[in-house]
Design a binder for this molecule. Structure first.
Ligand code: NAD
Ligand code: LMR
Length: 358
C-alpha cells in the first residue's frame, strides 16, 4: 500500500516508478527532457512525446508555467512518467540522466523580424541551458530548435568544447520543418499525397540558407523554371509566411505538422500527425534504439562543405548523427543557391562562435 507521503510525492510527479527505465511492453525506454516545455512548441511537443512509446521518462522544464503543463500532460494515460521543473535552480535536476534533450526555449519572431534579430536574447538562453547539459547529461543527444539555429548550434558546440564534452554527432539543429514544408508545397504542385513526397533540404535554417534540392525529389519528377522559383521562394520563406499570418502572436508551432514516421509507432494511430520536432525526436530515439536506415535532414557539424556546420541528410544511430551523407548531384540553379547559402551561413556561424569565444 502507498504511504500518504508517497501519494503526495506522486502528485508532485517525483516518485520513481518501475516504468522509469522500461517503456510499455518491455521495449527500451528513453529519458527525454524538453527545455522551454511551456511554450508554443514546447506544450504540443510535450503532448506528442507523452504519446511516444519509446519515451519512459519525460522531464518538462521552463522558467514559467512548468507545473501547470506537467500536471495537465501527466494525466494522459500513456506509459511515460512526467515530471516538471521550474526555473534555473531546477535545471540540473531536469537534465540529470537524460538520453535526449530537446530545446525549444527562447523568444519567437514578430512580423518584420529576421531570425537573426532573436540572437541577442536566445544566444544567452541557449548558452545557459547547454552549460547545464555539460554538467548533467554530457552524452545526451541534443535537438536544438531555438532560433537562429544557424548561430545557436555553433554556440552550443562552443559551450560543449569549452567543457571538453563536445561530440559533434550528438548535436543536431532541427531543420525538419523545412523538409515538412517542402514536402507539402511540392505535393501541392504535383497534385499528389504529401506522404509520398521526400524533398531533401540542405544548408541552414534561415532565408537563402534553406536550400531545397528539387532535382532530388522522390518520386522522381520535373518542374518548370516558374515552379522551381515559386517552390524555392515559398520553402525559404515558409516561416515568415506564418509569422505574418499570426500578426504578432508568435511563429510556427502547429504548422510543423505531418504524418508518416510518428504514425507508425503512435499509441493512437488515428491521430497520425506530429510536429516536425516530434517526428525528428522520434527518429533520434529510433536511432538510439538501434533501428537501421533512419535518415533525416539536420544542421550538424559537417565536412560536406568548407563550413564547419551544414544541414544535410544524416544517418541516425546509437551514436547520434553517425554518418553525414553527401549532397549528391546539384544542378546549376542549386549550385548558385549553395554559394549564396554558404555566404550567409558563414557569417551566422562566426557570430555564434564569437559569442562564446570573445
Ligand atoms: P514561445 O515563446 O511560445 O515559447 C518559448 C518558451 O521558452 C516559453 O515558454 C518561455 O518561458 C521559455 N523560455 C524562455 N527562456 C527560457 C529559459 N532560459 N529556460 C527555459 N525556458 C525558457 O516560443 P515558441 O513558438 O515555442 O518558439 C520557441 C523557439 O523556437 C523560438 O526561438 C523560435 O524562433 C524557434 N522555432 C524554431 C523552429 C525550427 O524549425 N527550428 C520552428 C519554430 C520555432
Ligand atoms: C520557422 O521556420 O517557422 C521557424 O524558424 C520560426 C520562424 O521564425 O520562422
Amino acid at each position: 500500500h502507498l504511504h500518504p507521503s508517497d501519494i503526495q510525492q506522486m502528485e508532485r510527479g517525483s516518485v520513481v516508478r518501475r516504468s522509469d527505465c522500461r517503456a510499455k511492453g518491455g521495449a527500451p525506454g528513453f529519458k527525454v527532457a524538453i527545455l522551454g516545455a511551456a511554450g508554443g512548441i514546447g506544450q504540443s511537443l510535450s503532448l506528442l512525446l507523452k504519446m511516444n512509446p519509446l519515451v519512459s521518462v519525460l522531464h518538462l522544464y521552463d522558467v514559467v508555467n512548468a507545473p501547470g503543463v506537467t500536471a495537465d500532460i501527466s494525466h494522459m494515460d500513456t506509459a511515460a512518467v512526467v515530471r516538471g521543473f521550474l526555473g534555473q535552480p531546477q535545471l540540473d535536476s531536469a537534465l540529470t540522466g537524460m538520453d535526449l534533450v530537446i530545446i525549444p526555449a527562447g523568444v519567437p519572431r514578430k512580423p518584420g523580424m529576421s531570425r537573426d534579430d532573436l540572437f541577442n536574447i536566445n544566444a544567452g538562453i541557449v548558452k545557459t541551458l547547454c552549460e547545464g547539459i555539460t554538467r548533467c547529461c554530457p552524452h545526451a543527444v541534443v535537438n536544438l530548435i531555438s532560433n537562429p539555429v544557424n548561430s545557436t548550434i555553433p554556440i552550443a558546440a562552443e559551450v560543449f568544447k569549452k567543457a571538453g564534452t563536445f561530440d559533434p554527432k550528438m548535436l543536431l539543429g532541427v531543420t525538419k520543418l523545412d523538409v515538412v514544408r517542402a514536402n507539402t508545397f511540392v505535393a501541392e504542385v504535383l497534385g499528389i499525397d504529401p506522404r509520398e513526397v521526400e524533398v531533401p533540404v540542405v544548408g541552414g535554417h534561415a532565408g537563402v540558407t534553406i536550400l531545397p534540392l528539387l532535382s532530388q525529389v522522390k518520386p522522381p519528377c520535373s518542374f518548370t523554371s516558374e515552379e522551381i522559383n515559386y517552390l524555392t521562394d515559398r520553402i525559404q520563406n515558409g516561416g515568415t509566411e506564418v509569422v505574418e499570418a499570426k500578426a504578432g502572436a508568435g511563429s510556427a508551432t502547429l504548422s510543423m505538422v505531418g504524418p508518416t514516421a510518428f504514425q507508425n509507432i503512435c499509441f493512437f494511430p488515428h491521430i497520425g500527425q506530429a510536429f516536425a520536432a516530434a517526428k525528428f525526436a522520434d527518429a533520434c530515439l529510433r536511432g538510439l534504439r538501434g533501428d537501421a536506415g533512419i535518415v533525416e535532414c539536420a544542421f550538424v557539424a559537417s565536412q560536406v562543405t568548407e563550413l564547419p556546420f551544414f544541414a544535410s541528410k544524416v544517418r541516425l544511430g546509437r551514436g547520434g548523427a553517425e554518418e553525414i551523407l553527401p549532397l549528391g548531384l546539384l544542378n546549376e540553379y542549386e549550385r548558385a543557391g549553395l554559394e549564396k547559402a554558404k555566404k550567409e551561413l558563414s557569417e551566422s556561424i562566426k557570430k555564434g562562435v564569437t559569442f562564446i569565444t570573445k
